[in-house]
Design a protein around this ligand. Structure first.
Ligand code: NOJ
Length: 531
């Protein structure tokens, strides 16, 4: 068994407001997460990434940080965090936090000081500009949540930049003092024992120095959300960001085997730069392609091959099916195909990140208008861009509120929680939860899956097939991405392969050279040489 833990391991994302409440306020907390660690061990994941837990006015539910080195009282205390970390480590679980470097809260003392006057020592910690000659914002940049990315400050007579809400002013990463303060934040948590960070919107950190207008997007349609009116050519992905990623990497590496994962939504070629070129960048630039890809066998085969081919020398791949910003995989693909997607995620080469609740097949949850929480939805209602439906409480059992809270949950539970919950599904061999456990067991048992090479195998129709191998072990994964029966012809080296796991019950024994796949069935097969 070789390789860093973050290469072999499987990550699990926890949205802390929604995992487990321990004090009855309807919002999850750190003690709640600690209580549920054994459930994560039973599931078989290796590391948790917890979305922001820092003190925050919660304008963007924690992605507006008012103090980078403390814990919001809603989630607990620093002592609770230390206890959670120790309890996780005692179970061989790693813990990653969410680092939010692009912007702070408008209530962060740094911003309050910056805003206080043009002469403030921290004025240049944020991005302030005079109005355009007509009094309008300095350029045409649009906030990712709609509206101008500039907010007028009457008192000091300038605009400040915010890529997200006006309550989330962008820090000025061209200022060395900002960099050094933010690097101290990384050191603070690394020294406490944190195993790594997911870095929020890494590609946003540096803007073109003279802040030119962004080009108009010729393909803009209103249903995309207003941010898409322009292409973020000058407001994101500037060359200098790679120097910053490199500096963060050096800090992480100085603490031993820690991991940095960058949140980056960019086309493949540009995404790959975040692994670093002359100097190392982040360990894993998140690969979100499976979230948006059309779900077809040929398309996915191409996507996997192109991604693998684009990886720089020595770079380790990773895959994601969902997160707290994007629609649930079961809502996108349906329950039957979501099982196949789970097999895909957990058998591809590279570190997978599972989003909490996807192991239960949580689907779309309707949020009544009077319970909408997400500022994304409130700012541009009705476009389907709101994120509340993917942030609903984790259903644990059949007691009140699915065991999530003794109070009123901050968002409604999934309507089917009486059946779709951890306790009930753990007893059902056909449940998505049991399938995830089996897949994770299989991944742990077979190095070919955890760290082996990958090659696409020729297939027809709706079948996506690939080989995974290491040493003399070779496995074949064959996935029926459609809802009709398919036949997969085994490559010659895999004749007489035997099924190790199917997404459906009772796989029929394979014929010598062909595998009959039922509608929406995925299979992992061991070739005769395999253990
Ligand atoms: C990306 C985060 O994933 C999202 O939830 C947040 O709203 C924005 N960054 C702003 O921090």
């Amino acid at each position: 068994m070789s390789g860093a833990w973050w290469k072999r391991g499987v990550l699990y994302q926890i949205y802390p407001r929604s995992f487990q409440d321990s004090d009855g306020d309807g919002v999850g907390d750190l003690k709640g997460i600690e209580r549920r660690l054994d459930a994560l061990v039973d599931l078989g994941v290796d590391a948790l990434w917890i979305s922001p837990i820092y003190p925050s006015p919660m304008a963007d539910f924690g992605y507006d940080v008012a103090n980078y080195c403390a814990v919001d009282p809603r989630f607990g205390t620093l002592a609770d965090f230390d206890a959670l970390l120790a309890a996780a480590h005692a179970r061989n679980l790693k813990v990653l936090l969410d680092f939010v470097p692009n912007h702070s809260s408008s209530q962060h003392p740094w911003f309050l000081e910056s805003r206080a006057s043009r002469e403030s020592a921290r004025r240049d910690w944020y991005i302030w500009r005079d109005p355009a000659p007509n009094g309008r914002p300095p350029n045409n940049w649009i906030s990712d949540f709609g509206g101008s990315a500039w907010e007028w400050d009457e008192a000091s007579g300038q605009y400040y930049l915010h890529a997200f809400l006006k309550e989330q002013p962008d820090l000025n990463w061209r200022n060395p003092a900002v960099r050094s303060a933010m690097y101290d934040v990384l050191r603070f948590w690394f020294a406490r024992g944190v195993d790594g960070f997911r870095i929020d919107v890494l590609w946003h950190l540096i803007k073109a120095a003279d802040l030119p207008d962004n080009p108009v997007n010729p393909r803009y349609r209103p249903e995309m959300g207003e941010a898409h009116r322009v292409l973020q050519a000058y407001s994101t992905d500037q060359p200098e960001v790679h120097g910053i990623a490199g500096e963060m990497r050096r800090i992480a590496d100085s603490f031993g085997e820690r991991v940095l994962i960058g949140e980056i939504y960019l086309p493949l070629g540009r995404l790959m730069h975040y692994y670093g070129r002359e100097t190392a960048g982040v360990h894993l630039p998140f690969n979100f392609q499976l979230i948006d890809a059309p779900w077809s066998a040929r398309g996915l085969a191409r996507l996997i091959a192109e991604y693998e081919a684009a990886l720089p020398e020595g770079a380790w791949p990773n895959w994601v099916l969902g997160n707290h910003d994007r629609p649930r995989v079961a809502a996108r693909l349906g329950q039957a195909q979501a099982r196949v997607a789970a097999m895909l995620l957990l058998t591809l080469r590279g570190t997978p990140t599972l989003y909490y609740g996807d192991e239960l097949g949580l689907g779309h949850v309707d949020i009544p208008p009077d319970r909408v929480q997400d500022p994304r939805e409130l700012r541009e209602p009705g476009l389907g861009l709101g994120r509340d439906p993917v942030r609903t409480p984790m259903p644990w059992d059949t007691t009140a509120n699915a065991g999530f809270t003794s109070g009123e949950p901050w968002l409604p539970l999934n309507a089917d929680w009486a059946e779709r919950n951890v306790e009930t599904m753990a007893r059902d061999a056909g449940s998505p939860l049991v399938l995830h456990r089996r897949l994770l067991e299989l991944r742990r048992a077979h190095s070919a899956l955890a760290t082996g090479a990958i090659a696409i195998v020729e297939s027809d129709g709706d079948v996506l097939a690939y080989a995974r191998g290491t040493g003399d072990e070779r496995l074949v994964v064959a996935l029926n991405l459609g809802d009709t029966p398919q036949t997969f012809t085994l490559p010659h080296w895999a004749r007489a392969a035997r099924p190790l796991l199917s997404t459906l019950a009772d796989p029929p024994p394979p014929a010598a050279d062909r595998v009959a796949l039922r509608p929406n069935e995925g299979m992992v097969l061991a070739t005769p040489t395999a253990a």
